[in-house]
Ligand binder design. Structure first.
Ligand code: CA
Length: 230
């Protein structure tokens, strides 16, 4: 079997060692970089399957590294999991909007780290198979994009066009966290003059109409929303 390689970009050596130790125990191959610049070189040379990226780095910081990797055709499909300190919600939001796939907040347990990495790899592998018109069946829900129709336990739920688009957008990628800005872009296009607050209002309405199934839409505090993974 081909080993899955993970590049860890982290300047603090003890954290890097800890992460490496725990990933190796899960049978991942681990590459290490102590700075963003070193990380970029390693990405070019080794094409890792996933990158664990610390945001607070000397020199080019994690967000800059994320921007560079996601702008480059050859590296943009490598999933990035950011490592952040508590209270860095704005950096997390920016990283997600730059294209990072997920984040973990330090201090994290080895278990959480392993689970996040595996979930991102799994979701990334299955994501491209979905086309926008595919009917989604998830939890108790059936979502028909062509008909703009949602069934919960076989009963149709009456949603507004915006509510439907938000639900469909989130449900297409269960487990992924999206910022409000990303949701606005997805449902209304980039120039739509909508505040982040209005997304919150839409989600409240959506949850109410979906009743118990509305629990599938999770609030990620300080960051945005996520459709619960299966
Ligand atoms: Ca650091």
């Amino acid at each position: 079997m081909v080993r899955t390689n993970i590049l860890v970009i982290e300047d603090e050596e003890d954290i890097r060692e800890l992460v490496k130790y725990n990933l190796q125990r899960e049978n991942f191959g681990v590459l290490e970089a102590g700075s963003g610049e070193e990380g970029l070189k390693l990405v070019e040379r080794t094409a890792p399957d996933l990158i664990l990226l610390d945001l607070m780095l000397p020199g080019k910081d994690g967000l800059e590294i994320c921007r560079i990797l996601k702008r480059n055709d050859r590296t943009q499909n490598i999933p990035i999991v950011m490592m952040t300190a508590r209270g860095e919600e704005n950096d997390i939001i920016m990283g997600l909007e730059l294209g990072a796939e997920d984040y973990v907040v330090k201090p994290f347990s080895p278990k959480v780290l392993g689970a996040r990495v595996k979930a991102v790899l799994r979701r990334n592998a299955s994501a491209p198979e979905l086309s926008p018109d595919d009917v989604l069946k998830i939890h108790d829900m059936v979502i028909h994009p062509g008909r703009h129709e949602v069934l919960v336990k076989d009963k149709a739920v009456d949603l507004t066009a915006t509510e439907f688009r938000i639900l469909h957008f989130l449900a297409r990628r269960p487990g992924w966290v999206f910022t409000r800005y990303q949701i606005v872009n997805a449902v209304h296009g980039e120039d739509y003059p909508v505040t982040e607050r209005s997304i919150d209002v839409q989600v409240v309405g959506l949850r109410r109409k979906l009743r118990r199934a509305g629990n599938c839409i999770e609030t990620v505090r300080g960051i945005g929303y996520r459709f619960r993974d299966k």
